[in-house]
Design a protein around this ligand. Structure first.
Ligand code: ZN
Length: 432
């Protein structure tokens, strides 16, 4: 089975449901950039794919950064003067400022307020906040909960540990016929957030699972890493491997109901950029293509000038452009099964273009070969036109994607034409 067979065998409804239910399984876990929640998440992914889990000790220098101490949390709450828990980590892991220091003390309302985060514009939502690189403690709560805090004093309790340990990440390498690699990277460091973080994690995991069942040209490297520090750590430890990365995608926010957005690599004209553009242009849905900018997800690290890798970012509504972003409203209802499967299929379609994008040579370049004699010229239709385009442009200078773009035809149509021409000894793959 090859990638086109894989693409054609996808059942969108079943795939969407499968992805959504896997997100539901990981959703309750309190993840962070280090610690047991991240490790537990990687362990669960191991049920479906043979992920290798790496541990990098705290204090390891990675370019201009240092792997932080490991953070683990058991419990946290705010109790009012009657001893009632008014904010409770056990009810939602978003209630804790991620990476909060341990604390157990009584504070007055004024001091407490300096450590509280709310969203006045969305009074029912709880924000997601972090303090990875500055020691602090805090709670996130709905603005409605906040307005109910009227006691003079509160007991704040955070049973957390911040100590030397390690940063965990998951890696899976699928060897292809070529050493050249496609990198798929996603961040797995957010607690109960469904679209930002888990949608990318589960789509990447299912891609790995399915690609491992077919024969593929490229090698694929999947990274399940904590955002920013995970990508920096991987790049610092694996710098020599980056020469093999010929194409790459960062996946995040791939399950919301917005349009697909492809953010180009810093190079802007890499093959992955052309392949993504082609798939988006020929999709029945509206898709957006945006230029690289040095903010967003881990494409920032892969596309830093010292690496400048051909890595784009595939998402639906971009980073920070939806009100539910980094709030409790990015929940299981916010991600739609049909959008998850649509993203999955579009990514496979991009990989199909990359896998099959070869140069071909017309074996009868002097005038047109007689297609009718070979039963290949019945009437003018997309396949016949595609054959004429492929024959005409297969002089060694155009890839199939170039031909599809020039002909204004879908890549799969041009690919089918090329295969028919090869079977009829009119075309052969150019040896590069
Ligand atoms: Zn995020």
């Amino acid at each position: 089975m090859n990638i086109s067979d894989l693409k054609n065998s996808i059942d969108p409804v079943k795939t969407g449901q499968e992805l959504h239910s896997l997100i539901g399984k990981l959703y309750p876990i309190c993840r962070s950039i280090t610690g047991s929640g991240l490790r537990q998440t990687l362990d669960i992914l191991k049920h479906n794919i043979p992920l290798q889990i790496h541990e990098v000790p705290s204090g390891t220098k990675v370019f201009d950064w240092v792997v932080p101490k490991e953070w683990n949390i058991n419990d946290a709450y705010i109790k009012d003067s009657a001893g009632e828990k008014v904010v409770d980590f056990k009810k939602s892991n978003l209630h804790i400022l991620n990476y909060s220091m341990p604390i157990n003390k009584t504070v007055n309302l004024q001091e407490l307020r300096e450590h509280l985060f709310t969203l006045p514009d969305h009074p029912d939502w709880v924000p997601y906040k972090t303090s990875y690189y500055k020691e602090n403690w805090g709670f996130c709560l709905s603005h409605k909960q906040f307005l109910n805090l009227t006691d003079a004093n509160y007991n704040v309790f955070i049973d957390a540990k911040l100590e030397d340990g390690s940063l965990s990440y998951g890696e899976l390498y699928l060897e292809g016929r070529e050493k050249a690699e496609i990198l798929i990277s996603c961040h797995a460091c957010h607690p109960s957030l469904a679209n930002d973080n888990l949608s990318g994690v589960l789509v990447a995991s299912l891609l790995a699972e399915r690609l491992s069942t077919i024969s593929h040209r490229y090698s694929y490297r999947f990274l399940f890493i904590p955002g920013t520090i995970g990508a920096i750590t991987w790049l610092a430890i694996n710098e020599e491997k980056t020469v093999n990365i010929k194409h790459g995608l960062v996946l995040s926010g791939v399950g919301d109901r917005g349009n697909v957005t492809y953010k180009k690599s810093r190079l802007g004209n890499a093959q992955i950029d052309h392949a993504a553009y082609h798939v988006m242009k020929h999709s029945a849905d509206k898709c957006d293509i945006i230029d690289f900018y040095p903010y967003g997800y881990d494409e920032r690290q892969y596309c830093s000038p010292g690496f400048n890798l051909p890595v784009g970012c595939f998402s639906r509504t971009p980073y920070g452009k939806y009100p539910e972003y980094h709030t409790s409203a990015d929940n299981l209802g916010f991600v739609a099964p049909e959008c998850l499967s649509d993203s999955f299929i579009k990514i496979i379609s991009i990989f199909e273009v990359l896998e099959e994008n070869f140069n071909y040579l017309n074996l009868h370049p002097k005038c047109e070969p007689q297609l009718g004699r070979r039963g290949l010229y019945t009437a003018t239709g997309p396949d016949e036109m595609a054959m004429l385009w492929v024959l005409n442009l297969s002089d060694g200078n155009n890839t199939l994607l170039d031909i599809a773009e020039k002909a204004g035809l879908k890549f799969e149509t041009v690919l089918r034409a090329a295969k028919i021409l090869c079977e009829n000894n009119l075309l052969k793959k150019a040896i590069v």
